[in-house]
Design a protein. Structure first.
Length: 548
């Protein structure tokens, strides 16, 4: 989109001097400090910035969906000539969903767990008068199909917990676009999606914008996505807009040092970071013959089937995998490929249908009681969706301390010291200790979850999409943290991710999963430089292409 077009096009959204404060137990926190923003008809604007920069608060303030502890927003928000600030909830509800579509960040807390997916989509159509009850059922399936949901007729009859995180996100995107709104606000709409589905969804979003002359406000920490899809990029820091310009301008000639730091931190396939040392490389450095590190965690013939008969779903089929001591084994694949189920099987959170799980060569598939408890201290988990894994009733200090109390580790003073150290290691300020999960950004929640896993000094950590909620600068800090921990203490990681750029930076070996099976595996460079399986090549070809 050219600047000349921007000057003559219709302004859909105008934000002027927007200020938002949150009231917490620690006092008042300012999230937005007089923000100006404009979105024109048919335009895609990307909001980028660090976790806590205010970009999600800005998107939610526009449609009156701020958290309960937010003070009334100050400033002005105009949408197609209507002043939104100060509107009653009844009037706002007529605009939300019908004229402004909203895609929230975390699907696990945005869909009703007690309603089937099709019912929730149909309800959106009925509430806004797009379809009657009978039409809504059929149209709900069409909405899911357009959003890239496989077997939409079957999925419409399932509950959210029966879908993967990526599929739930596609349901939310379909709901946001169901009524063909004028403006869509998408808050990290692809953070839970693998690269192939991400491309499908972004194609769908941008095509919908083009067909209906709608506009898209894309809140994202993925600068590659912003660069590839947006007409303009707005950079936020500390509740302020620090720079705005066309995508080309921001990428090739950023004015602000902060913008340059974001670009430098963005993962890129052309800029693989040095991986962690292995036990073998340390041995070689001392002039000895390197020995292949032992497999600390593995599986043999591992399978899991949910349901039976015609309704059987083979989530994991005959998987053999090994994580070497002091190294990182990445598992990549599309949404629904079985990656997360594999991680849950290894942790004994789900019982396998067949096969064995090995720790230091011992089959732990049948261990129970105290032995299983000791095992879970050795192998910790970081979940994909941090908000759903953190207690809403505890503050950060108690959440991080909880594993120490559960395993009877340390005195009260020692536990407090370890909590403070863990917080520092994941780049969080001590001020967050008294906050609860709802008072943190998505990135801050994920860092708390990582600190909670690290605090009991495990041997292996299963990381299920650990950086999907993080902006690029915090993502870089977390990856450096994981790398340094591995170097210093020989930690082993099973790194489950759909972010191939991140995987290339941190993994020693990669296993590619598709439809519940490992279709290709090998050293990281081999997988990325010479992929042998067509599905692996499809994953790599779907990546956003840009160079910082």
């Amino acid at each position: 989109m050219t600047s000349a077009h921007l000057k003559t096009s219709t302004e859909v959204l105008s934000v002027r001097g927007l200020a938002v404060d949150y009231q917490t137990r620690a006092g008042t926190t300012t999230a937005l400090r007089g923000v100006d923003l404009h979105v024109h008809r048919g335009e895609v604007v990307a909001l980028v910035g660090e976790s806590g920069s205010g970009k999600s608060t800005l998107g939610r303030a526009v449609i009156g969906l701020l958290a309960a502890n937010a003070a009334p927003a100050q400033g002005a928000v105009d949408f197609e000539g209507t002043a939104l600030l100060g509107l009653s909830e009844r009037k706002l509800s007529r605009i939300r969903g019908r004229r402004i579509g909203f895609v929230p960040q975390d699907p696990s807390v945005s869909l009703d767990p007690l309603k089937r997916v099709g019912e929730q989509v149909a309800e959106t159509l009925r509430v806004h008068g797009v379809a009657d009850r009978r039409q809504a059922r059929d149209q709900a399936v069409q909405v899911l199909e357009r959003a890239g949901v496989d077997r939409p007729g079957l999925r419409a009859g399932q509950y959210p917990h029966e879908l993967s995180g990526g599929m739930c996100q596609r349901v939310l995107i379909g709901m946001a676009l169901a009524c063909e709104p004028t403006l869509v606000i998408a808050d990290e709409p692809t953070s839970a999606l693998d690269v192939t589905v991400q491309r499908v969804i972004l194609d769908y979003l941008t095509e919908a914008v083009a067909q209906h002359e709608a506009s898209l406000l894309l809140v994202t920490h993925d600068l590659a996505v912003a660069a590839e899809r947006a007409d303009r990029i707005v950079v936020m820091q500390g509740g302020l807009v620090v720079e705005t310009g066309t995508s080309r301008q921001i990428l090739t000639d950023p004015r602000e040092p902060y913008t340059r730091r974001l670009l430098e931190a963005a993962p890129s396939l052309g800029r693989a970071r040095a991986r962690t040392r292995s036990v073998a490389s340390g041995t070689a450095a001392r002039g000895l013959v390197p020995a292949e590190p032992a497999v600390v965690l593995g599986t043999v013939g591992l399978s899991k089937t949910f349901g039976a008969g015609d309704h059987a779903v083979h989530a994991v089929t005959d998987v053999a995998i090994g994580v070497r001591r002091g190294q990182t084994r990445a598992v990549v694949g599309g949404s629904g490929s079985g990656k997360t189920t594999l991680g849950r099987l290894i942790l004994r959170l789900v019982e396998p249908t067949s096969g064995a799980i090995l720790v230091d060569g011992d089959d732990i598939s049948g261990v129970e009681g105290a032995e299983l408890r000791r095992l879970r201290r050795r192998i910790q988990l970081v979940y994909q969706n941090p908000f759903s894994s953190l207690s809403p009733f505890l503050d950060v200090e108690r959440m991080i301390e909880e594993p120490l109390r559960a395993f009877g580790i340390g005195s009260r003073r020692e536990r407090a010291q370890r909590v403070a150290e863990a917080l520092s290691r994941v780049a969080l300020p001590q001020q967050v200790l008294r906050r609860r999960a709802a008072e943190l950004s998505g990135g801050q929640q994920q860092r708390v979850a990582i600190a909670r896993a690290l605090i009991v000094d495990p041997e292996v950590i299963v990381l299920d999409e650990p950086t999907s909620a993080l902006d690029v600068s915090v993502q870089e800090q977390v990856l450096q943290l994981l790398t340094s921990l591995q170097d210093d203490s020989g930690l082993s990681y099973l790194f489950i991710s759909h972010d191939l750029a991140v995987v290339r930076q941190v993994a020693h070996d990669v296993s590619v999963m598709h439809l519940g099976r490992i279709v290709e595996e090998g050293p990281t460079d081999q997988i990325f430089d010479s992929p042998a399986h067509p599905y692996t090549r499809e994953l790599l070809d779907s990546l956003p292409r840009w160079e910082p």
